[in-house]
Design a protein around this ligand. Structure first.
Ligand code: NI
Length: 194
């Protein structure tokens, strides 16, 4: 998911990303309508070194974008996982990878601006649950739960949707969806959306 608050986006762009061991690899973020974004992803079954590397690269890609959430399908990998940091890199405790996420419970409602790194520059109001409890595995395969409110809930629901082949466009009113689709068509024609 993209940055929804301008302060967050400004803050993140000031983030210094250092890579003393030259191990960082930024991945290319695919834009909608890449088919991988509209296809349910496969469960992760191997909790190996390769998965750990993918997760690290996804974090670096998310911070550089900048965004607060990034699903593997957005870097062209059809697997059920996403990374999230709703503090935009400020609070290490909020840096978390959710592998094979499942929404356990939702409560209440919130309506607010939402963005997506696969829809650069597009921000529209999307209704979501106010609270979400999501169960997932960590990079070692251990199950854990996150009980999140507001931005954390919105982010977990947006990213779990990505794992199910659902994009935020699908969550908009049909009127909004048509407006966004038209905007993207214009950008494609102008060569500003590839
Ligand atoms: Ni997204």
């Amino acid at each position: 998911m993209g940055p929804y608050w301008s302060y967050e986006s400004h803050w993140s762009s000031r983030l210094k990303i250092t890579d003393p061991n030259n191990t960082m690899a930024l991945m290319e973020i695919v834009k909608w309508p890449a088919p991988v974004l509209d296809t349910p992803a496969d469960p992760v079954t191997e909790f190996d070194e390769k998965l750990g590397k993918l997760v690290n690269n996804m974090f670096e890609t998310m911070y550089a974008a900048p965004g607060v959430g990034l699903a593997a399908v957005q870097v062209g990998i059809p697997q059920r996982l996403f990374v999230m940091d709703c503090s935009g890199g400020k609070d290490p405790a909020q840096r978390v990878a959710l592998i094979n996420p499942e929404v356990v419970r939702v409560e209440g409602n919130q309506n607010g601006e939402e963005g997506c790194l696969s829809f650069p520059g597009i921000f529209t109001p999307v209704e979501r649950s106010l609270r979400a409890i999501v169960r997932a595995q960590d990079v070692k395969g251990n199950w854990f739960e996150i009980d999140g409110m507001e931005l954390t809930a919105r982010c977990m629901l947006h990213e779990t949707d990505h794992c199910d082949g659902i994009v935020f466009l699908d969550k908009m009113s049909s009127l909004k969806r048509e407006i966004v689709k038209r905007k993207i068509k214009k950008l494609q024609k102008a060569g500003k959306w590839d």
